[in-house]
Write a protein that binds this ligand. Structure first.
Ligand SMILES: *Cc1c(COP(=O)(O)O)cnc(C)c1O
Length: 364
């Protein structure tokens, strides 16, 4: 038996008829750029997230980038963020000519430490990008209070948190903007690249619509230098189909969490914390243990996938290391030495979880 990190084939098998029908209709309608499915998906996503506007873009990376442009962040500005994330979070900051400032994380949630954010604010700081890492919401109410007092913008990186919420208020609805990714393995995944920006600001929404479409409000009239960054019509078909199932998918990820916790209760592994700040949607199932190499080898020997998210924090990546030589982040350093991620996906069965956890217990 082979257990993958995520099983996209099994999910497709369940959706096949629904997807085939919707996809054929879109192919026959032949409106491939900013067509009716993109418009409908933007509306449906805005309703789901509880925001005024959603704008589909080409990727999660572009969603972060265009949100920063629309927020007015640029050359000479500092943007505070976490080093324990995918590179795209910081790339977007660099694209607009600003400087990423990495601060340490919380050892239990792996999210940015808000006390460290406050301590890192200088007179150049213009924005913060919190990442709801692995699907665990950052305490957005506390971050918003802090940023409002200092007049800082917030762009939420929601690439891993579609459907995560705090008392019913969705991630992506707290701040100036939220940036979502529909990379195939994300909780809401397309069949290719895609992204979305959520915002309650009419002005930002209007500016982003212009930016994603070559800086034009009217065809062949260009007011600013924009980008070719539109959500693809065929991806919108897939995403509309899957959006109907997202709560079910996320609830099943939470079922997997409960099963892992029950089956590994008698080990000393640090399991993902569901700390009560919000509703965790377990995009990744990241644990800590000093003998993680031994655990991972035992899993691989049995064809069970596992991975390290993330092996190198961003302040130590070659591309940023020279600018970060004075950045010392002890919690992040300790987490990257001990973290490992187990398979998590909505279709993961109890039988398979038992095989995974038995393998881990034997190894320990
Ligand atoms: C996936 C991801 C992104 C980038 O999304 P793409 O759609 O791949 O461009 C950004 N930030 C985080 C935290 C991610 O996990």
């Amino acid at each position: 038996m082979n257990i993958p990190m995520v099983d996209l084939k099994e999910q497709y098998a369940q959706l096949k008829d629904e997807i085939s029908e919707n996809m054929l209709a879109a192919l026959e309608a032949a409106q491939f750029i900013l067509g009716p499915n993109v418009q409908a998906f933007e509306k449906e996503a805005a309703d789901y997230l509880g925001v005024k506007h959603c704008i589909g873009v080409a990727s999660g990376t572009d969603a972060l980038h265009l949100a920063l442009v629309a927020a007015g962040i640029g050359q000479g500005d500092e943007v505070i963020t976490t080093p324990f994330t995918f590179i795209a979070t910081a790339e977007a900051i660099a694209y607009v000519g600003a400087t990423p400032v990495f601060v340490d994380i919380d050892k239990d949630t792996f999210n940015i430490d808000l006390a460290q954010v406050e301590a890192a604010i200088t007179d150049k700081t213009r924005a913060v990008i919190p990442v709801h890492i692995f699907g665990q919401p950052v305490d957005m109410n506390a971050l918003k209070t802090l940023c409002d007092a200092k007049n800082l913008k917030i762009v939420e990186d929601c690439a891993q948190s579609f459907g995560a919420h705090i008392n019913g208020k969705q991630t992506g609805s707290f701040a100036d903007a939220g940036a979502f990714s529909f990379f195939p393995s994300k909780n809401l995944g397309g069949y290719g690249d895609g992204g979305l920006i959520s915002t309650n600001s009419d002005k930002m929404a209007e500016d982003i619509r212009v930016l994603r479409n070559h800086g034009s409000t009217k065809q062949y009239h260009h007011t600013v230098i924009g980008y070719n960054s539109r959500l693809d019509e065929l991806q919108a078909v897939i995403l509309r189909t899957k959006l109907k199932h997202i709560d079910n998918y996320n609830n099943n990820r939470r079922r997997v969490d409960e099963t892992y916790k029950a089956m590994l209760a008698d080990t000393d592994i640090q399991m993902p914390l569901d700390n009560g700040t919000g509703h965790h949607v377990y995009h990744q199932y990241t644990c800590l243990h000093p003998q993680r190499d031994k655990i991972m080898q035992a899993l691989r020997d049995k064809n069970i996938a596992c991975a390290i998210y993330y092996p190198i924090p961003l302040h130590k990546q070659d591309v940023f290391a020279a600018d970060c030589k004075d950045t010392v982040l002890p919690v992040t350093d300790s987490v990257v030495q001990n973290c490992f991620s187990l398979p998590v996906y909505p279709e993961l069965s109890e039988d398979k979880i038992k095989i995974i956890t038995d393998t881990i217990k034997t190894a320990l």
